[in-house]
Design a protein around this ligand. Structure first.
Ligand SMILES: Nc1ncnc2c1ncn2[C@@H]1O[C@H](COP(=O)(O)OP(=O)(O)O)[C@@H](O)[C@H]1O
Ligand SMILES: [Mg+2]
Length: 305
């Protein structure tokens, strides 16, 4: 039986299995390595991953994204309130200051906790793994990675989510440790024990957070020397800045305010993410074109790195 590792990201998740002496990142039902961290509720079913992301724009009020940093937090937590702007569905306060995500599901109003949403996503990851590893019928044992700065409450909440998803979480692994191991495990030229260690800085710019850590390596040994993180300077923040730019641009040139229509606002964010990726590979001006953006207007613009 192979052990399965889930990289639970804020934007995307990845699944790895240890088999035949190596570690393989497997693909999902769309033949993609990344599975969107998205859960969407409908009148007949709930869907997770790619299927959820595909219908997000037409089902925005019942779609949950950006929930990774909500688990184990209180509703009145300052960070929760900051994250709220990135979540398309309604967020409410539950008894004991818990967070509730309000959606229409199976024809009625339902409220889910972030842990339940994470559990839904984990069920999807489990199904993807089971479809991929035909030799095993059921996946139960897993390892899940979390940012190194996750608190005990956040880790406990994640454990609860794995249990809801009928998974047996063998270990919660820090993302920093996972990265440091991945780098060091096959390195042949590390200094021998007792020699001066090689220090390596890792920088992980994620969607909702950035982490940096310095690791000292000797053969067969690694130690974390220090780490830092930032919950604002990350990919999502860039997307937001680009979106604000085009909001003002479109206001001036088309006389529309994208922020007043949730669907347009979300669509613009997605287009800005694509633009950002193109800008990171090209120094020429990059066009942005959105058809039927708002009030039946097509919009276009340009931005250069
Ligand atoms: N080529 C690229 N150029 C710039 N940003 C990118 C590129 N590819 C991905 N990103 C950004 O990186 C972030 C995703 O990082 P990731 O570590 O996968 O996030 P998470 O682990 O939180 O899901 C997103 O904000 C995405 O837009
Ligand atoms: Mg990540």
């Amino acid at each position: 039986m192979s052990v399965v590792g889930f990289d639970l990201g804020n934007l995307n998740c990845y699944i790895a299995v240890a088999r035949q002496g190596g570690i393989e990142v497997i693909t999902n039902d769309y033949s993609l390595h990344a599975t969107p961290s998205c859960v969407s509720f409908g009148p007949k079913t709930r869907v997770m991953g790619d299927a959820a992301k595909q219908q997000a724009n037409t089902n925005l009020n019942n779609t949950v994204i950006n929930f990774k940093h909500l688990i184990g937090r209180r509703f009145t937590d300052q960070r929760t309130q900051q994250i709220r702007q990135w979540i398309p569905c309604e967020m409410i306060q539950l008894p004991d200051d818990h967070i509730g995500l309000k959606v229409n599901y199976l024809g009625e109003q339902r409220v889910f906790t972030p842990e339940q949403i994470v559990a839904a996503l984990l069920v999807k990851l489990k199904q993807i793994t089971e479809n991929n590893l035909r030799e095993v019928s059921k996946v139960t044992d897993c390892v899940v990675s979390v940012p190194y700065y996750f608190t005990d409450a956040q880790r406990r909440a994640l454990l609860a989510a794995t249990q809801m998803a009928d998974l047996n979480c063998l270990r919660i692994l820090n993302e920093s440790t996972a990265v440091a191991l991945a780098y060091g495990i096959y390195k042949q030229d590390l200094p021998a024990e007792g020699e001066k260690a090689r220090n390596v800085l890792f920088l992980d710019v994620g969607h909702a957070a950035s982490q940096a850590y310095i690791v000292a390596y000797n053969k067969g040994k690694l130690s974390m020397l220090g780490a830092a993180y930032d919950l604002d300077a990350a990919g999502r923040g860039f997307d937001g800045v680009l979106r604000d730019h085009f909001r003002h641009d479109f206001k001036e040139r088309y006389n529309i305010d994208a922020a007043t229509k949730p669907r347009a606002w979300q669509r613009l964010l997605e287009e800005c993410e694509k633009l950002k990726k193109q800008m990171s590979a090209n120094s020429t001006p990059i066009p942005i074109n959105i058809e039927c953006f708002m009030d039946d207007k097509d919009v276009s613009g340009k931005l250069q790195r």
